[in-house]
Design a protein around this ligand. Structure first.
Ligand SMILES: [Zn+2]
Length: 74
């Protein structure tokens, strides 16, 4: 299970969706995440200009359970 607090703690701030997926081995879609800004920001993890995730929606939250079981992992 993941949540935005855990992500912030781990990365030291909000990061992009790709970094979350990579770190946790899950497959969050754009629609699973909440974005505080409508424009891209610099991700502190990969250093790219990306949409920074500021929250996980309920659909993404459930996927984070699945990730633990390997259901959504590649
Ligand atoms: Zn990133």
């Amino acid at each position: 299970m993941i949540n935005i607090k855990k992500i912030r703690k781990q990365f030291g701030g909000n990061v992009c969706r790709q970094c979350i997926n990579k770190e946790y081995g899950i497959h969050l879609l754009h629609t699973d995440c909440q974005y505080g800004m409508m424009y891209p920001g610099k991700c502190p993890c990969c250093g790219d200009m990306k949409n920074i995730v500021t929250g996980i929606k309920l659909s993404g939250f459930f996927k984070s359970f699945g990730a633990r079981k390997g259901k959504y992992t590649k």
